[in-house]
Structures are given as C-alpha cells and as structure tokens.
Design a protein around this ligand. Structure first.
Ligand SMILES: Nc1nc2c(c(=O)[nH]1)N(C=O)[C@@H](CNc1ccc(C(=O)N[C@@H](CCC(=O)O)C(=O)O)cc1)CN2
Ligand SMILES: Nc1nc2c(ncn2[C@@H]2O[C@H](COP(=O)(O)OP(=O)(O)OP(=O)(O)O)[C@@H](O)[C@H]2O)c(=O)[nH]1
Ligand SMILES: [Mg+2]
Length: 437
C-alpha cells in the first residue's frame, strides 16, 4: 500500500453529505490553481494572491455549461492547511452541484482524496505533528462540550510542547551520560542521573493519570442506575433526561429489561442505563433482568445506587462501591432513615438534581482544573506507558545501561508526535478520518 503521493492534485467535498446552504469542494496540490483556472469564470485564480476569495462561476470547460455561482478561496504554498497550493470552491450546497463540480475536477487532473488526506499532507509537510492531526479528528467527531474542549486542547500543541520538553531533558541527560562514559577522566561531572530522571518519570506518570478522565471527556461514560424495585430509578432517569423516556408505575418490578438513554451531564456525554430493581425473585424474566442489572453495574464507569428514604432502608446489593454514588430518592416524602453518605434527590420536585449532576461530573472527571492537559488517545496512552517502563528501568540500571533505556523512552515519546513512526502507524491514524478532512 504505502502512503499516497503528495504530488497529485486531490479533491473532495468537505461538507457533509446531503443538502446545505453552502457546500465546499476542497482542492490541494501543486497545480491546483491552474486546474481551477480551467473551470473558473471570473478573476484568474493563478494571478490571485493567497488568502483571498473572489466571486465567479464554475463551468464545465468542455461544454461551457455553467454549473453554479460560487466563491473561490485561493491559498498559496506554504500558507494553506496542507502547506501546498490549495483552493476551495464554495458553491450552493446541493449534492447535484457538488457532485458535478467534483466530476469536472476529476476530468481535468485531480484525483479523489483519501480519508484524511488533506490532514495527512499537513502532517507530512510539517504543518502539524501526529498528535495534532489526531486532535483534528477528535474535534470533527466531538459530540459534547467536554469532547470539544478536550480535542481543542490537543490541537493547540499543548501536548506537543510538553512531550517536546520531556524529550529535550532526556536528550540532554543522554548526552551527559555519553560524555561521562566516553571520557570518565575528562572531568565531566558524573551526573545525578536519578535526580534528573525522576521529575521526567513523575511528569509521564501524571500525564498517564489523566487518561481515565480524558477518555471520558472525549468518548463519554456509562452511568448505571441501580437499586431495589420502586426505588425511583426510572423516575430519576426521566428527570435527568427532561422527558418521560422510561415507564414509571407504583408497581415494584416495572422495569424488566435495561434501557439506555444518551444525555449530557455537565457537558459530559453520558449514556444513563436504567435497570431492573434488584431483589430475590422466582420470576424468570425478572430474574435475568436482575442479573443484567448487576452486570451493567460492574461494567459502568459510575453507578448510581438509589434507595428510597421514605421506606425502610434495603440491604446493600453487591456493587462496585468505589465507583458508586449513593442517592436517597423521594426526598419530598417524610424520611424513614437518614444517611449522610446518600445524596438526597426528588424526581418529582427536582430538588437535589443539580447537586447530583455536579457530583456525577466530579466523580467522572475529577477535580482537574480547566485548561489542563488530558491524554485521551489510546495510542498516546500506550506510548506513555512504554516510556514509563523504560524510565523506571533506567532509574534502576547502572549508568552504562541506563542510556539504552532512556533511548527507548525517547523513542516511545517521539512516536506520540509522529517522529520515526512507521507508515503503518500513520495509515492507522488517518484511516479513521472522513473524506475531505
Ligand atoms: N473553509 C474552511 N474552513 C475551515 C478550514 C478550511 O480548510 N476551510 N479548516 C481546516 O480544516 C479549519 C481551519 N484551519 C485552517 C488552518 C490553517 C489554514 C491556512 O490556510 N493557514 C495559512 C494561512 C494563515 C493566514 O492566512 O493567516 C498558514 O498558516 O500559513 C486554513 C484553515 C476550520 N475551518
Ligand atoms: N413522591 C415521590 N415519588 C416518587 C419519586 N420518584 C419515584 N416516585 C414514585 O415511586 C414509584 C416507583 O417509581 P419508578 O421510577 O418506577 O421506580 P423504579 O426504581 O424504576 O422501579 P422498578 O422499575 O420497579 O424497579 C412510582 O409510583 C413513582 O411515581 C419521587 O421523587 N417522589
Ligand atoms: Mg423502573
């Protein structure tokens, strides 16, 4: 396979499939402006300065037929997204127009862009590193505030700077060790390797510690609602959702199967899972519902354990208590018991719901301050874990062997930014992009 050539002119529709007010066709590669010249009626694109737009008409040069009125954006290398000569035709956003424009471009020398190929070119031309390219993808895919914020952090090269600084420190350390090994008598200070390695290892570990929150910020979390029958699980799901999604009745055992409802809690994408009430039962259907509820709780990122405070307190079921938030329901009714470990809520009056949302947000994302760097990409997590292992080994090794481990840690770190990575790694990253990005 191999990576696609940088020399070709590539073209693709950059706007989503379907009808839109405006649609964009993107073209990039040396000769793009000469290609556009053939189908543009208006100011000569090859004579326009970069960073300009102009109004005109897109034509089929063979028949002379006008395809649409459009805006043309001209970018000149290296001042474009890809770093190459590029252009955008912004037409009316009908699929019929966009398809024809693309077809004419293909007939006159462009080829279809592969998924992510514009961003691939930006990366190969050094306009962004691999971690930033991945952040572009995450940003396009962001479906929540938390995901958008998380992706934007990656785009702004914060991670790249951090990894760069750590790598530089390791490089310097390596140079010192080398000098000392090569000329022990020359008076090069035998460096305090451990004293300089430890802060790097600590940084790597604290980056890794952000991974669970980072993952949840970008991909969302599963939150299970569990408790005895009639505890008010379905009512709470509806209250959080803002509409009557789940069936609610006064009959215990109403919810038999589980039910998933996507929602956003404090900007975090959450799939809330309403489950069957947990109790001993001979009913076969209900029994498997109860088994399911317990399994869903085990697999959830966070469990809400609901207990009705207007009824005698039920015995606690087997739950992953470290990941469980206790909720006392029906807070509008006179309480039979009180327990400070339980957050009181009423699905009927809405009391306590906001506090619950905040607590869920806090439990899922922790107290990490706004704007802090979070790792969310699996590839980055894996590379950091390898760096951690090698740095730990370097700390424990004699000086002559420590150098080797530091080199391997450096390699792992540089992979994050896409330095010295195989084509296969690059292909894997860009495979997930959409065409036109
Ligand atoms: N119409 C349109 N909107 C878009 C993009 C695009 O390519 N086209 N983008 C992309 O997907 C994003 C913006 N990112 C971009 C980043 C750099 C350059 C660029 O041409 N940079 C040049 C010139 C900068 C300047 O004029 O100041 C440079 O950095 O040298 C363009 C878009 C989001 N919106
Ligand atoms: N007063 C009051 N009643 C509530 C509240 N939440 C739920 N209820 C009532 O409690 C009963 C059971 O509510 P559900 O939401 O169906 O309880 P559940 O936990 O889903 O029950 P199962 O599906 O049977 O396990 C219904 O009659 C609800 O109206 C509340 O906040 N206040
Ligand atoms: Mg229910």
């Amino acid at each position: 396979m191999g990576l696609p050539s940088l020399q070709d002119i590539i073209a693709a529709i950059a706007t989503p499939p379907g009808r839109g007010a405006v649609g964009i066709v993107r073209v990039s590669g040396a000769g793009s402006l000469e290609l556009i010249q053939k189908l543009w009626r208006g100011k000569d694109p090859t004579r326009l300065p970069g960073g300009r737009f102009t109004f005109g008409k897109v034509c089929d040069p063979q028949s002379g037929e006008v395809l649409d009125e459009a805006l043309l954006l001209v970018f000149r290398a290296p001042h474009s997204y890809t770093g190459q000569d590029s252009a955008e035709l912004q037409t009316h956003g009908s699929p019929a127009v966009l398809r024809r424009v693309l077809q004419v471009l293909f007939q006159h020398g462009a080829r279809p862009a592969q998924p992510g190929e514009f961003t691939l070119r930006a990366y190969l031309n050094g306009r962004m590193d691999l971690a930033q390219a991945e952040a572009v993808l995450s940003l396009v895919e962001a479906e929540s505030e938390a995901a958008r914020r998380q992706a934007l952090r990656g785009l702004s090269a914060g991670l790249s700077r951090k990894i760069g600084a750590l790598s530089e420190e390791l490089f310097n350390l390596l140079a010192h060790i080398q000098a000392w090994l090569d000329y022990p008598e020359e008076g090069v200070e035998p460096v305090e390797v451990a004293a300089r390695l430890e802060p790097v290892l600590t940084e790597v570990r604290s980056l890794l510690a952000t991974a669970p929150a980072g993952r949840i910020a970008s991909k969302g979390a599963r939150v299970a609602l569990v408790g005895a029958p009639n505890a008010g699980k379905s009512s709470l799901l509806n209250a959080l959702l803002g509409y009557e999604r789940a069936i609610v009745t006064p009959i215990p055992g109403t919810t038999r199967d589980y039910l998933e409802a996507p929602m956003e809690i404090g900007g975090v994408p959450v799939v809330a899972v309403d489950t069957a009430g947990i109790r001993q039962t001979e009913d076969l259907v209900e029994k498997s519902g109860v088994e399911r509820a317990l399994r869903i709780a085990q697999e959830a990122d966070l469990v809400l354990y609901l207990a009705d405070q207007s009824q005698p307190k039920p015995p606690p079921p087997p739950l992953p208590w470290a990941r469980t938030l206790r909720v006392a329901t029906k807070a509008d009714l006179p309480p039979v018991w009180q327990d400070e470990a339980f957050l009181p809520v009423s699905s009927h009056t809405g009391a306590g719901l906001e506090a619950l949302r905040q607590e869920v947000h806090r439990r899922l994302l922790g107290e990490a301050p706004e704007g802090e760097l979070w790792i969310s990409n699996e590839r980055h997590v894996e590379a950091l874990q390898r760096a951690e292992v090698h740095l730990q080994a370097a700390l424990e090794a004699p000086l002559d062997l420590a150098g080797l481990s530091i080199e391997m840690a450096l390699e792992a770190l540089s992979e994050i930014l896409g330095k010295n990575v195989s084509e296969e790694v690059i292909e894997r990253v860009f495979r997930n992009f959409c065409v036109g990005k």
